[in-house]
Design a protein around this ligand. Structure first.
Ligand code: V47
Ligand code: SF4
Length: 397
């Protein structure tokens, strides 16, 4: 049965509440749901219902297309002046002997390892240290561009930029412009966590606040850069904090339109100061993807970060609003394995990613950072390709 018929079933089902029907009708008419309706969905909607609505929107926007890109990560440091309670990755300045701090030469060395690889993007993110300042990054961006002009540099977050620009006494706009001229192409979505101060002050009290995070994205958008946005969910926040977070992003997107993807990040509870907080279930992960897809009508893409949630949940998420599963990885990121992600050494090549997507009957599309199609893998058959799997229900006598 196609998604349109499934939506019609919900609209005609006498067991579905009037509130849920009204939301389904809005989805059918491509109308925006309200803040209250967002909270209502989190509190009342079952996974099956949410899947139908989110999949309907996903297929209206992208059909079966499922995007991924070929990228690698550089993590310039794991030392950090900040003290986010959920962070398993950073070593505070006082513990810096346990950490690493790369030089520009060291970062260039990592970059050069990929000279012969068909990667289109380098994703740079890590901690915040005084030495890695405006000069450090402008030097690195210039050298990286001179070495490989076609490689897209997606680097740092407002957390780093706020710190760097303040020290350099530059406005957010001037700072972003300066680094764009040095070679910066776009910004990943990190550092957003939960915007509402009631939660942010408890989990990330000393880094940039919501207004500063949003302003730096606004300036990047004004300069023509594309950026992403994340939400760290499933810890001490309540449902309404998640809706508040998405509402702020939706309003910002109405203003500047520069966000490409929304990436919900599941809180993982190992090796951090919040290890007493239980993790949410896979059902909650899927509900969250689906509600994000329904709420953020002005975001083109919802991304699941497979390295964090496991390959199986990434496959499932493709039926709950997700159309992008990020990139091929080769074990260059440590952020998640340190936090307790399923993948301790996350590595997946193109063939594995393509197979993962085909196995659940979606179309694998390799994209560049700006979602231009690099290769449509629908008709490319790898030798050891996994066949789509259909599970038959057991016969019960
Ligand atoms: O901001 C840190 C998160 C983020 C934990 O834009 C944790 O394409 C869960 O933003 N449990 C950084 N999450 C990573 C990030 C990202 C990842 C993939 C793709 C993109 C993109 C961006 O990692 C941080 C924080 O929210 N994080 N610790 C943890 N214990
Ligand atoms: Fe530093 Fe980022 Fe970790 Fe916060 S989440 S402590 S800003 S590395």
């Amino acid at each position: 049965m196609d998604t349109t018929s499934k939506l019609a079933l919900i609209l005609n089902d006498t067991d579905v509440s009037a509130e849920l029907k009204a939301i389904a009708l809005k989805v059918q008419h491509q109308e925006r749901i309200t803040y209250d309706e967002g909270v209502y969905l989190y509190k009342n909607a079952e996974l099956g219902y949410l899947g139908v609505l989110a999949n309907y929107i996903r297929e209206q926007k992208h059909g079966d297309n499922t995007y991924f890109n070929r990228n690698f990560h550089i993590e310039p440091t794991n030392v950090c002046v900040y003290d986010c309670k959920f962070c398993s990755y950073s070593r505070l300045i006082k513990e810096r002997e346990e950490g690493w701090e790369m030089s520009v030469d060291g970062m260039m060395e990592v970059l050069k390892k990929y000279d012969k690889e068909p990667v289109t993007e380098v994703h740079i993110t890590g901690g915040v240290v005084p030495k890695q300042n405006l000069d450090f990054y402008s030097d690195f961006f210039r050298r990286a561009k001179a070495h490989r002009p076609d490689l897209h540099i997606k680097a740092l977050t407002p957390v780093e930029y706020y710190y760097i620009f303040k020290k350099a006494k530059l406005s957010h706009y001037d700072g972003m412009k300066y680094l764009q001229e040095a070679g910066l192409d776009s910004m990943p979505g990190g550092g957003a966590e939960i915007f509402h101060p009631e939660i942010r002050e408890k989990i990330a009290h000393d880094k940039c606040n919501a207004e500063q995070w949003l302003d730096i994205h606004e300036q990047a958008h004004k300069l023509g850069m594309k950026t992403n946005a994340t939400m760290l969910y499933g810890h001490i926040e309540e449902f309404w904090h998640r809706v508040d977070h998405m509402e702020r992003l939706r309003q910002q997107q109405d203003k500047t339109g520069g966000f490409q993807a929304f990436i919900p990040l599941k809180f993982r509870n190992q090796n951090n100061q919040m290890d007493h907080v239980p993790e949410v279930s896979v059902i909650e992960d899927l509900r969250n993807y689906a509600i994000a897809r329904i709420y953020l009508d002005n975001f083109d893409h919802i991304k699941a970060y497979w390295a964090m949630i496991s390959r199986q949940t990434a496959q499932l998420s493709l039926n709950f609003g997700v159309d992008d599963i990020d990139g091929t990885l080769d074990d260059t990121t440590k952020i998640y394995s340190m936090a307790g992600a399923e993948e301790q050494h996350p590595a997946m090549n193109t063939q594995e990613l393509v197979n993962l997507i085909k196995q659940v009957n979606r179309k694998p599309i390799e994209r560049d950072t700006l979602y231009r199609v690099v290769t449509d893998y629908s008709d490319v058959v790898f030798e050891d390709e996994l066949k789509p799997q259909y599970y038959k229900l057991p016969v019960i006598n």
